[in-house]
Unconditional design. Sequence first.
Lengths: 287, 281
Amino acid sequence: MKDKQFWSVAGIIFVLFMIYWFAGHPYFVSERGVMFWSILVVGGVLIYSTRMAKRGEKIFLRSIPGLKAVEEAVGRSTEMGKPVLYVPGIMDMDQVETVAGVVVLGHVAKMTARYETSLNVPVSRAIVMKAARESCRESYLLEGRPDLFHDDMVHYLTDDQFAYAAGVNGIMLREEPAACLYMGKFYAESLLLAETGNSIGAIQIAGTASPSQIPFFVTACDYTLIGEEFFAASAYLSQEPELIGGVKGQDYLKLLAISVMILGTVLNFFHDLGWTSWDFLAYLTVQ
Amino acid sequence: MNGSEIFGAWVAVFLTLGIFSYLYKDNPFYKIAEHVFVGVSAGYWMAMAFWTQVQPNLFGRLWPTPEGQISGFLMKTWYGIYNLFGFVLPSVFPDGGIDKGHGHDPHFIYLLPFALGIMMLLSVASKLSWLARLGIAYTVGMAAGLRAYAFLNSNVLGQIKGSAVSLVDMPFFSLTGVSVFNNLIILVGTITGLLYFYFSKEHAGAFGKVTRVGIYFLMISFGASFGFAVMGRISLLIGRFTDLITYGSSTYNYASIWVLLLMIVLLAVWTFKGEKKSVSQ
């Protein structure tokens, strides 16, 4: 959508909303006003940043060592003639981390296709298997190597958490992959996987936003993408302007959140002292 | 104690020790335990998903037990299809409809997940496998929309609210309770931690020092989380040992002791044979 069209549509929506508002805004739940404004701000900032990136404005992103290491890991596997093992977590596609894991898998599959390295993706959910298979198929096709793709590179093990961990551990011990990548949503199996990968001497890179599992990956893996770093990974790896713009937009939102935190603390302080009657924290509470 | 319980205990002991044998190295006992575990759980989960989700929640809503006589052409046709299914699979489609407490009227909106499920199954046919993408698209899109609101509420607004701390009517310092000092630590930790995840600026100079404080906060919290989780794992290990000790009693014919001894002997033979083979090669 061009700038002119975008602003025209935005203007029409704004005018319609104003008419709705001055007509008494029926069905508008005022107690949830903070959520409405939050969605508007978040959406607006992300749209602005994405359009900015699409226009070709240069956006600087600092380097993340874990992401640089992904290509190194695939290269190492190629040199050693051993496969790359990719674990997209144990949850379904309704988890944002699994979706991010499958997106990163697409980039890893491009590298394995380019270097003609074997890729092994054991999964624990049927829908993830289908999505991961489609992602790999597309990557191999884009790299011009559909002949190297085969359905069995993404294969189902089991839905059960520890049975899945036992199965993946068995694969690690028998196939001895040179690189193990864990990108997705993990629970207690994280350390079981990372420990085994460590024992076979594989280079290990993990990415997850599960706060309770990050410590295990930090301990046992060579590189760990912590929380937001993992979600930004697809933007880094693809270098697509839409995704990079999204990362920039999230940075703006983080600054905004910090500002509101400081402002909230000051306003809360004034409220506690009785200098102002407006309870900012009560306003932030969504009814 | 009946025979099946004792047999169950022996199987449990064998599988537990089989998994533990991995501590030595990959061996046939571990392989047996691993394959049994993966295979049985895959079958179990499939059966569970069918009998706890698909049959009661999907078929149970599409063809609930009707109240009284079925009337009308549409309903008669609808339950005619059901009877046809029931003729083929009577255990899944019992006579007279499925009574799982979802009322007596069919919920036709559930035809949508039914269709999406069939599309997923069509992925086995190469020409129709593209239909499965609709199911994936629905799952991802639905989850993104549904969770956006909850995430914004709990992870953004809730976090901001939790970090906008109170600084009055409390002691300045306290090791265990709420205090001004502790609240300031929360505020500083949250802000510096958040700044560590700021990607569009190099972590250098004054900004780099602030983000370094952030990563220290993150690492301290990871350390605490690690210690807490390890304690939980040790309690799981104690649970397995307690079972092994119980199964090692005379009630279970000393299952743990016999299986352990047998495993050690067989592992020793297996290792010795393996070494001999490698030397001759």
